[in-house]
Design a protein around this ligand. Sequence first.
Ligand SMILES: C[S@@+](CC[C@H](N)C(=O)[O-])C[C@H]1O[C@@H](n2cnc3c(N)ncnc32)[C@H](O)[C@@H]1O
Length: 430
Amino acid sequence: MTAKGRINLTTSKMQLDLFGKEDQESLHALNRTKSSVKTKELESIKAKKGFSLLRNVQFIYELALAKKELLSFGLDFHVTNDFRIFEVTSPRESDVLRRRLAYFESTNGVITDYYYIIKYNQTTSVNQYLMHWVYPYKGKFHPQMIRALLNIMQIKEGETVLDPFVGSGTAALECQLLGINFIGVDISPLCYLLSRVKTESMEVISEIEKNKKDILTDSRRIEKIKNEKVKNFFTIAQMVAHSDSSRRGRNFTFSFNTNVEKMIQSLRDYIEVKKKLGLNLGKTKILKGDIRNLSLDTESIDGIITSPPYSIALNYVANDAHSLQALGYDSRKISDDFIGVRGTGLDKFKLYDNDMEIAYKQMYSALKKGKYCTVIIGNVTFQGEEIDTTQIAIDTCVKIGFKLVSKIEKIIFGLYNVMQKEYILIFKKD
Ligand SMILES: C[S@@+](CC[C@H](N)C(=O)[O-])C[C@H]1O[C@@H](n2cnc3c(N)ncnc32)[C@H](O)[C@@H]1O
C-alpha cells in the first residue's frame, strides 16, 4: 500500500489569519499526512494465528455480531481468553472471508479487505472512511455493523438489498463496496442527493476536478453545471458548509473550499482502494419518495436493512432545516410526508404507528421468501415515560407475517439525549 497523498490546499497564511482557531485546526489536521499502512504492523498481523478482531471492536454487541458473522459462513470456532482472537476449528477457503468480514483484521494471517478499506479515511473518526464522513447526518448507521449484517443475512454479490429509509446513504455505500446491488429510498431531498453523491461521484471525478477552480472562485456557477452528478457533488459540499456554519459557527467559504478538497481526496481514495483490492462495485439506485406509497416489485428483494425514524425522537426536517432551505424547500410544506414528524401532540404517535405499519407491509411484500429484513430501532422517552417503539415494531412485523429470529441490544453514546439503547432486530420471511 503506498503512502496516502497530502491534500493540497492553497490557503495562504494571510487567509488563515482571517479564519477562526477551529478552522485553522481543521486545516492543519487536513494537511497532516495520513499514515500509510505500516509494514511493521502488517508483518505482526500476518504472524497472528486464528481470526483476529480489528482494534476498534470494543462493545458486547460487536462481539455478538462478529460471532454471527463467522456462523453465517458456516465456521466452528471458540473465542480465546483475551476475547480478541477466535480459534476457528473448521477452516475453509479464505478468499470469501478476506473479502467480506467486517470485524476481523486477519484470518490466520490473511489480512482482510476491510482492514485496508478503513485506512482510507480523511477524518479522525474510525467509522468515517471513504465518503461516509460527508455531511453530519444525525442517526447514521455504523458502516462496519452494516457490513457484518449483510454477511449475517447471507447477501451475495449481485443480489439486491433495499433500505427504505436510506438517510445519509451508509448502507448504499457498504453494499456498493461488497458488489451488492442496492435500492435506497428517502423522502428527504437532502438524503436523496447525499446518497447519490456518495455512490456516484467517483464516476465523474475528472469533471469534478476540471470544474473545481471555477466553482471555488464563484460557487454560484454550480447552477450552470450540466452534468447532474458533478452538480450534485458541489451542491452537497455546499450543504456540508451550511451545516458547518450553522452548527459550528464556521466560516462558510472556508468550509466549502475545505470540504470540496476533502471530498475529492475521499473520491481518489475510493478509486485507489477499488483498484488495489480489485473490488467489483454493486449497482446503486437511489429514489426520492415516500416508502408508504412507492411501488416496489413484489418479492424482488434479497434483503432489507434499515433504520426507520425512532418514533418521534428526532425531527429530520427541523434538524436539517438550514440545508433543506438552501436547497429551495419549505420545511413546513415537506414535513407532512416525514414519518415521525407528521401531526401534533399525541396524534403524532398514532400517525407514526399507522405509517410504520404501512412501511413494514411494503417491505414484507418486496422481500423474497426465505430472506431477511433487519430493522435497527430504539425506544423513545416522551414526557418522562419510555415508549417501547421496539416492541411495537416487533408486534407489527410479526402481525404482518415476519418471524423474529434475533434481537441484539446495542448501546449508543451521545446520539440523542433521550436514548441509551437501540436494538438490532432480524426478521425472516418464511
Ligand atoms: C434513522 S434515519 C436513517 C439513517 C440512515 N440509516 C443512515 O445511515 O444515515 C431515518 C430516515 O427516514 C427518512 N424518512 C422519514 N419518513 C420517510 C418516508 N415517508 N419515506 C421514506 N423515508 C422517510 C428520514 O428522512 C430519515 O432520513
